[in-house]
Structures are given as C-alpha cells and as structure tokens.
Design a protein around this ligand. Sequence first.
Ligand code: PEP
Length: 255
Amino acid sequence: MKKRMLFIAGNWKMNKTSSEAEKFLVDLKSKLAPFCGKLNLAVCPAFTALETSTRILHGSNIGVGSQDISAKDSGAFTGEVSAKMLLDIGVRYAIVGHSERRQYHAESDAYVNSKAKKALSSGLIPIVCIGETLQEREAGKTSNVITTQVKGSLAGLTDDEMLKTVIAYEPVWAIGTGKTATPAQAQEVHALIRKLLTEAYGEAVAEKVIIQYGGSVKADNSQELMSQKDIDGALVGGASLEVEGFYNLVANAIK
Ligand code: PEP
C-alpha cells in the first residue's frame, strides 16, 4: 500500500483546440469517474482550451492545470498568462519548467523557481519538472544535474509550500521518444530527490511530497513504474491524448 495517493496528470502540449477538448473531456470524465477517490487526476490543456476544460470538468474528479504560468502578476508582459487569470477560470495546477520550456525558451532553474513561487503564493499547485538529458546521463552526471535542478528550482520554498508542490522527474531522453526509464532507473532518481528533500525539509515533509515520473508512460508500463516506492504518479504526454489509452494507463497504475 502506497503512503501517498497517486497523482496522474496529462500534459497535452500544443494539441487539441477548445472544441476538440470539449468532446474529449466529456468522454474522459465519464470513463474516469469510477476512479474517484482512488487517485488524483488532472489534464493540462493549452491556454485556449483551459476555460472549456474547467467548465466541462467542474464537479468531476479531474482537475485542470496550465502548461506554464507567468512569474509576474500583471502588466507589460506580452503573451504571458498570470496566476490570477488562471485561478479566475478554475485552474488548479500549473506545470513549470517543463524540459520543452527549458530547451526552447531557455528557462533557467532560477526562472522556474520564480514561477513556482508565484504559483504557490497565488494559490495554484505547481508541478515542477526536472530531468537530465541523454548526454548528461551518458556522462555520469545525472545525480549532479538533478541535485542542481532540485536546489535551484525549489529554492526558498517554506515547508508548507513544499508540501503543496508536486515534482515531476522527466528524463529528457524519455520524453516523446518511446524510451522509458526502467522502473529501477526511475526509482533511483526518485529516491535521490526524496533524499534531497529530506536534507532540506526533514523526513516528515519529504515523505509527503508527490514525485511524478514522466517520459513515455503508457498503459503497458504504468503499473510497474507506479509500484516503485518513491514514484507517486505520472506526468503523461502522448498517452494522455486518447481516452482509451489514458483510461488503461490509469487503470493499470492503480492495480
Ligand atoms: C511530457 O511531455 O511531460 C511527457 C512525459 O511526454 P511523453 O509522455 O509523450 O513522453
């Protein structure tokens, strides 16, 4: 029996229009209803589909998250979306520091940290993504990279803020590639993250923090990954775009 309740979230990336989201979520909501109370669930659509998603999912067991958030409150920041705007339409979570943001938008740990803090101080739950590249893994730098990212991205969070924060370990080489970390490889990094949290916040806090795994999670590997001691859920890209596949992934995860 897991100490922590699993949390599985779908990251749709730049997929699904608002009308496509509406149709998809009507199906998903009824399909996932039997899992109510057994785990926490969320979908993270593109900004344009967020309002439709919170409307369709209102009162269901599926929360809604954004894929990013501004580190600023308001003002002259063209293209950015604030925490207040997201909360206003019923959004609950915000992914920050996804590797695609780090890679294509040069987001540093310090910038990710400011977004996580903005989410927390506004009442949103940040899903803070970290993970090494293939080059870093092959050079034997995984532990160093993860340690730097954990310390930088979560710097200055209070105990209370840390308890509300979700961490997603997503090895960059496993995202969208079909290459999943083996359960043992993933568990090793999750254990390192929990050790770093224990050093910084003590065991009582560290043992409660949800650490998701992300990187080509599918119906046929979710059970084995989720059965690892320190893996508390998944951040799912490709396999969250189709109702049947996502349903099977969730069903297997809680077996
Ligand atoms: C992701 O984008 O967060 C992700 C894990 O993608 P995929 O499941 O497609 O590898």
